[in-house]
Design a protein. Structure first.
Length: 129
């Protein structure tokens, strides 16, 4: 069982072994785990002691996901689908401009597949309600 009070370094975006991604960005998951087993809050930052967001670290962004069933608690955070839609839109704009390339195209295809899978999950869930 993870320590619910300990921030956790997320390394899925990292190319190097230090756990940081492009431009030295670190992603930190924090806060208690939800009943579904995921943390709802993420910080993206750079700088010294970024993993603890101290010692001169600069927070570049914060993401808070939905915490609980929106029909019961109301909307209180973003959905995975909304965040993926932002990423897809940005890649689409790159593909329409001077930064178009095969890597962006492959990434966009993966995001579109992920979005459809998540939409299918919602459609299936809604069919049983």
């Amino acid at each position: 069982m993870p320590n619910l009070n300990q921030p956790r370094l997320v390394t899925g975006h990292a190319v190097s072994r230090n756990g940081r991604g492009d431009m030295g960005q670190a992603v930190i998951a924090h806060g208690p785990y939800s009943p579904g087993g995921a943390q709802n809050h993420y910080l993206i930052g750079v700088g010294a002691d970024c993993e603890m967001m101290s010692g001169g670290a600069q927070v570049l962004g914060c993401i808070s996901f939905q915490d609980g069933n929106p029909q019961e608690v109301g909307p209180n955070g973003v959905s995975i689908e909304a965040l993926l839609a932002v990423c897809a839109d940005r890649l689409e704009r790159f593909q329409d401009g001077p930064h178009a390339n095969l890597y962006n195209d492959e990434a966009l295809l993966g995001i579109e597949r992920a979005l459809e899978a998540l939409k299918d999950r919602v459609r299936e869930r809604d069919a049983y309600i």
